[in-house]
Ligand binder design. Structure first.
Ligand SMILES: Nc1ncnc2c1ncn2[C@@H]1O[C@H](COP(=O)(O)OP(=O)(O)OP(=O)(O)O)[C@@H](O)[C@H]1O
Length: 234
């Protein structure tokens, strides 16, 4: 059997309290195995980002259990959670979140430097990743001199720098035109093959969903279907 990378066990998440409480996730259970490329799809507000935030340890569940790479996130103190986010989880955002004053190469190196890699090793790895995403020639440019698609490829390279066990992406093509989206989609599709990466992303894009190995459909904070369908549990 393949290794389990992430597990949500009857997870619920509410924001706010009393009359203003919003229930974003309602008893969601999900298992993600090594090497999977899972696309979370569903209407706006159905809970996709909330689920990603729990997997990333950005948020904690109101109820239920979240286990990522063998660690129960609820049990981790804040310092260990931050450390885990840096070293073991790569995150790609819709709006890239690159640092504007750094070059592409420096942006990609950053998690390595923060994670204790030597500057030389971080640079070598950043260069190799920028080459892999087809941007070796743009490595000295700051984000403002790049297209959206290029910025997102830099963000993907940055997310991979520390070879995370889990890569999460929230609407990674949401801000790109169709041509740039396709390049980013192809990149994600190759990640599993080249890096053995396990990927979970939230998307409204049919093309992204079509490139995934499993589509998880959500509605009103619940998982309402999967394609291909997984066998029912015991
Ligand atoms: N920080 C927050 N505080 C209060 N409510 C929130 C917060 N974050 C999300 N919500 C609510 O939780 C529900 C689920 O939101 P979530 O962002 O997870 O949905 P989504 O499927 O990612 O939507 P979209 O596709 O529009 O990004 C929504 O009703 C949303 O308004």
């Amino acid at each position: 059997m393949r290794r389990l990378v992430a597990l949500l066990d009857r997870v619920s998440k509410s924001y706010g309290s009393g009359e203003n409480a919003t229930c974003a996730l309602r008893s969601v259970s999900l298992e993600i195995e090594e090497g999977e490329f899972v696309a979370l799809v569903g209407p706006s507000g159905c809970g996709k980002s909330s689920l990603l935030h729990l997997l990333a340890g950005i948020d904690r569940p109101s109820e239920g259990k979240v286990v990522v790479l063998g660690e129960s996130l609820a049990a981790l103190e804040e310092r260990k959670l931050t450390e885990m986010r840096l070293r073991k989880i790569g995150i790609v955002f819709q709006f890239f979140n690159l640092l504007p004053t750094l070059t592409a190469e420096e942006n990609v190196e950053l998690p390595g430097l923060l994670g204790g890699m030597s500057p030389k090793e971080a640079r070598q790895r950043a260069r190799a990743l920028l080459e892999e995403v087809g941007l070796a020639h743009r490595s000295r440019h700051p984000p403002e001199q790049m297209s959206g698609g290029e910025m997102q490829r830099v963000a993907v390279a940055r997310a991979l720098l520390l070879e995370p066990g889990l890569v999460l992406a929230d609407e990674p093509t949401g801000n790109l035109d169709s041509e740039a989206s396709q390049v980013v989609i192809d990149l994600f599709r190759d990640l599993g093959r080249r890096h053995g990466a396990t990927l979970v992303l939230a998307t409204h894009s049919q093309e992204v969903a079509a490139a995934s190995s499993r589509v998880v459909r959500m509605r009103d904070g619940r998982i309402v279907g999967e394609e291909p369908a997984t066998a029912p549990g015991p």
